[in-house]
Design a protein around this ligand. Structure first.
Ligand SMILES: [Zn+2]
Length: 398
């Protein structure tokens, strides 16, 4: 939800323009401030934001996106396994032209992944898992590989010749892994060029999925569950693998909501209803909505405003109405995404913590980036959020 000012919104942010009476009510009665969800020296990725909100320093944890997404997709990793995110990409004349292979459908990509699986059938050290659209997982098994490699995320290297961005080893230990993966990428290009799915796509003028692109490597991270750390039973509602995966490592139960898409058309009401139902059984429920981030990535400011209004009226309002007495709620974006350039950024995000026990009523009346600058909590490090929310470590009572 969080953004910087946008020209076509009269130099305001989507949160300043959108009508969100429920968020404003929480802001005017609760404790507010700005949250640094992206720790210094971390890139503003969803995984880093969520790890920090749940009290982990992503640098110390030292894992990649692969193992986190793998968990979200229900893939079990052995201790020495390395999981990588595997994009299906488009390469034309040696140049990486599309990180998403034209947002290939899951139905098509499933066929390609099946063929890749068959192709590598005799190799016990490699496993492919098909995911959604262009987003898949490779697991390197048997403890012979290393995570000491440098992979370029494909969305950061569009229009670059692949020779410049092949995987490099960070040290000698990483060398065989980089070599293996680079060979697989080259092989896959030869093999996928002639795949029936791609021949059909080219005929229709669509980008072919003609190379695999592994990145975001890592081992299974060591994360304490919320039950172990705080003695609470928890659940997560999200359509996005990275969020579900982090939730799984934290010991959260995955609640599946019909019609939750991770897109603008998601089932906002369903997320509220399933959260209310889950709170009968669990102490803590995390509800994640991806829609505003997607609107920012496609650069549509007005759509972003609409997604914020949908969250407020169709999800948050419904949730607040249905909550039993004696609760604590926090509302926040996981990170800022700038609609003006379609990219994530490290700017701190506005946040509120509200309990129905106390009416704080500081000077903040609106839930937005500018108003929260005068919030009573000031600027808070993301890693301190959960302690603050659960009233641990001498933070002010609320
Ligand atoms: Zn994003």
């Amino acid at each position: 939800m969080s953004d910087i000012s946008i020209k076509e919104l009269n130099n305001k942010t989507p949160l300043q323009i959108a009508k969100h009476p429920n968020m404003d009510m929480l802001a005017s009665k609760g404790l507010t401030g700005l949250l640094k969800t992206i720790p210094s020296k971390c890139n503003p990725g969803t995984e880093n934001a969520f790890l920090s909100i749940f009290g982990y320093d992503p640098i110390k944890l030292n894992t990649g996106r692969g193992p986190l997404e793998a968990a979200g997709a229900g893939i079990y990793l052995e201790q020495n396994d390395i999981a990588l995110r595997c994009n299906l990409v488009t390469v034309i004349n040696g140049v990486l032209t599309d990180h998403s292979a034209g947002h290939i459908t899951s139905k098509e990509s499933k066929k390609i992944l099946l063929s890749l699986k068959k192709h590598y059938k005799s190799d016990d050290s490699v496993d492919f898992y098909s995911g959604v659209s262009y987003r898949h997982i490779i697991v390197l098994k048997g403890g012979v590989y290393s995570d000491k490699i440098f992979c370029v995320p494909p969305h950061d290297a569009i229009n670059t010749h692949v020779n410049e961005i092949f995987i490099k080893s960070i040290d000698n230990i990483g060398h065989p892994t980089a070599q293996k993966l680079n060979q697989m990428m080259v092989d896959s290009h030869e093999f996928l060029k002639l795949h029936p799915v791609n021949i059909a796509r080219i005929k229709l003028g669509k980008n072919p999925a003609n190379m695999i692109w592994p990145w975001g490597q890592g081992y299974c991270p060591k994360i304490n569950t919320l039950q172990e750390s705080f003695g609470i039973k928890s659940a997560v509602i999200s359509a996005v693998d990275i969020v579900k995966g982090i939730g799984k490592y934290l010991g959260m139960n995955l609640i599946k909501v019909p019609g939750a898409t991770g897109y603008f058309d998601t089932n906002y009401e369903g997320k509220a209803d399933y959260a209310l139902k889950s709170l009968k059984k669990f102490d803590f429920v995390l509800i994640h909505v991806e829609a505003p981030d997607e609107a920012s990535h496609i650069g549509d400011a007005h759509l972003k405003v609409r997604t914020i209004e949908d969250i407020d009226s169709r999800l948050l309002g419904r949730l607040l109405e249905g909550l039993d007495k004696d609760y604590v709620i926090a509302v926040m974006p996981d990170h800022t995404t700038q609609t003006s350039n379609g990219a994530h950024s490290t700017d701190p995000v506005p946040f509120v913590i509200y309990s129905d026990h106390y009416d704080h009523g500081d000077d903040v009346k609106h839930f937005d980036e500018e108003s929260m600058k005068s919030g009573s909590l000031g600027i808070v490090e993301g890693i301190n959020f959960l302690d603050l929310f659960l009233k641990k470590k001498g933070f002010p009572e609320y």
